[in-house]
Design a binder for this molecule. Structure first.
Ligand SMILES: [Zn+2]
Length: 136
């Protein structure tokens, strides 16, 4: 091993040396590549070596920083897949957990929350929003 400083996820000293614009540029670049990874898929090694351009010496540092968790768990299509399953099987009880309209048989995403005259509260899509709750 050469005399390079060992970089860890807990040591912020190198990050604190960066000026604001550098931190912003690096963070934006990392976020863009992580989202691309989530959209296109791939292994943790593909993320850190191919997308982010690191060498094998970066494996432990990026693993300990949570990179494996991001690579394994971040799935932008997961919610859409779950909504399709809920819709196909009419799982009304799952709708609140996925942020779907509380109107029976409606699977649009919630865009409004409003109190009802009986003291309740509804979460609906724009189509099922009732401006004047006295008509609900
Ligand atoms: Zn609706």
């Amino acid at each position: 091993m050469d005399n390079k400083t060992e970089v860890t996820a807990e040591d912020m000293s190198l990050v604190e040396k960066c000026d604001y614009e550098t931190k912003l540029a690096v963070t934006a670049w990392v976020m863009k590549n992580i989202v691309k990874h989530a959209e296109e898929g791939g292994s943790f090694r593909y993320l850190i070596y191919t997308r982010l351009g690191f060498n094998p010496d970066a494996y432990v540092t990026l693993y300990e920083a949570g990179g494996m968790t991001i690579s394994n768990e971040f799935d932008l299509q997961l919610k859409d897949h779950l909504i399709e399953i809920v819709k196909e099987n009419n799982y009304e009880k799952m709708k609140p957990h996925l942020g779907l309209c509380d109107e029976p048989s409606c699977y649009n995403e919630i865009s409004c929350g409003w109190p009802t005259l009986d003291g309740g509260y509804r979460n609906t899509c724009g189509t099922h929003y009732v401006k004047d709750a006295s008509k609900a």
